[in-house]
Design a protein around this ligand. Structure first.
Ligand code: SPV
Ligand code: MG
Length: 431
């Protein structure tokens, strides 16, 4: 009896999957691989069912003999274990980033005389609708809100990119790269006060009001499914912040990060070059406690951001504040620095982790940008936020284009740097 292997990464079984199983069954004993949660989220899907629920779902399909967990996106683990005679897959993996996976699998199986079988992908209205509905479900507040906590549990480090509009949201949602045969993508979005303010031509001093900040979130949410971490600045008065928390939860935002400053807040990357005041431990702890009391769901996270290193108050102060904020109910700690050398961030993480193994740590490596996600993760960091890079990438490109059109009195000279007209008018998918 031949072994036929196929890997599934779906939460819903439709006729396309049944067709694959039928085709596989004609060739021998069918083993289905359930792509593990960890691998699935690096791929292009986020599960709405748990790994165990997916396994049970696949086991219930007629013709399936066995379900195994596939940990490796490139199939190495299962192919080594099972040596299947056939690996069956929809022919959609012949194109796009998945093509690299197909080539890798083909090389593995042909080495021992196995074969890859591409089954024509089932494209019809029902399948299209099911795919769309599954995706849309992830955009609903109850799914989106809890997704950040799920990601923290599922992945060594949650990778977050700044978004300040529908378009930048789409870039974070859809950008997938293939590196050494593996696919990668961002896990979540950061609605930065700096970039949201800058996009509106305003300084980052809590001048853009909450209604306008919520409008930005809404624009992003309308076209994406990934979870959102909101930069709540200082949170304002505790009496006001409790209302902000309720609104963010209702919208489906996953977390708010508030920083322990008070009065006129300026951007942290100014450090001590401008006048900024840190709140006392008691004042800021009271704000966290009030917000945790106001919170209605278990999913939402209130993350305390410590400005002691930014304001040169020392490591001991930063660590004392971290312990106090966790005791006040904070669901995570963000530690910030504007030094180029990551040493003080790593020292904080190591010392914090020596006393607290669990509370998630968030970092924003804008200045200390030589350190990799893997190195940060090795020091106990759970969330890495790229806080402003999309804005900083777009601004010089736009400025140079404006200057050159002025310089040449026409647009021809800039044309080869621009997105082709055909692509800009088809960039946004229609429903
Ligand atoms: C932001 O992105 O608005 C932040 C991070 O708060 S930083 O600009 O580094 O202060
Ligand atoms: Mg900010």
């Amino acid at each position: 009896m031949k072994t036929v292997y196929t890997c599934f990464c779906t939460d819903v079984i439709h006729e396309g999957h049944r067709n694959i199983i039928e085709e596989a069954h004609k060739r021998g004993k069918v083993v289905v691989g359930a792509l593990s949660d960890r691998t699935l989220i690096r791929y292009n899907k986020f599960p709405t069912l748990s790994q165990e629920e997916r396994i049970r779902l696949y086991e219930s399909i007629d013709g399936v003999e066995e379900v195994v967990v596939q940990e490796d996106m490139l199939y190495d683990d299962v192919i080594e274990r099972l040596h299947p005679d056939f690996v069956v897959h929809g022919d959609n993996w012949k194109e796009g980033p998945e093509a690299a996976i197909r080539s890798h699998v083909e090389a593995l199986v042909t080495a021992y005389g196995g074969e890859v079988v591409d089954i024509p992908y089932t494209y019809n209205e029902t399948v299209r609708k099911i795919d769309l509905q599954t995706r849309e479900r992830l955009a609903m507040p109850e799914y989106r809100r809890k997704r950040l906590r799920q990601l923290i549990d599922m992945t060594p480090v949650v990778k977050v990119m700044e978004a300040h509009s529908g378009l930048t949201g789409l870039i974070v949602e859809k950008t997938v790269v293939e590196r050494e045969g593996r696919l990668d993508q961002f896990d979540a979005m950061w609605v930065s006060s700096l970039c949201d303010s800058t996009a509106k031509g305003k300084p980052d001093i809590e001048l853009v009001d909450m209604t306008s900040r919520f409008r930005t979130i809404d624009d992003i949410m309308e076209v994406t499914t990934k979870p959102i971490i909101f930069d709540g600045d200082t949170g304002g008065l505790a009496e006001h912040f409790v209302y902000t928390v309720r609104s963010l939860e209702r919208m489906g935002v996953s977390a708010v990060i508030i920083e322990d400053k008070k009065g006129l807040k300026k951007n942290s990357l100014f450090g001590t070059e401008v006048h900024q005041t840190q709140a006392t431990i008691e004042e800021f702890s009271a704000k966290i406690t009030a917000a945790k009391k106001a919170q209605l769901t278990d999913d939402f996270m209130i993350i305390a951001r410590i400005e002691s290193l930014i304001l040169e108050q020392g490591m001991a102060d930063a660590l004392a504040r971290a312990a106090a904020y966790v005791a006040a109910g904070a669901d995570g700690i963000m530690i910030h620095s504007r030094k180029k050398d990551p040493a003080e961030i790593l020292e904080f993480c190591d010392r914090f982790r020596a006393t607290d193994a669990k509370t998630p740590i968030v970092v924003v490596p804008s200045s200390f940008n030589t350190i990799t996600e893997e190195e940060l993760s090795a020091h106990g960091v759970n969330i890495v936020i790229y806080a402003n890079q999309l804005t900083r990438a777009a601004f010089p490109a736009m400025q140079k284009t404006a200057e050159d059109i002025l310089r040449y009195h026409r647009a021809k000279e800039v044309d080869d740097r621009l997105l082709p007209i055909k692509q800009i008018i088809t960039l946004i998918d229609e429903i």
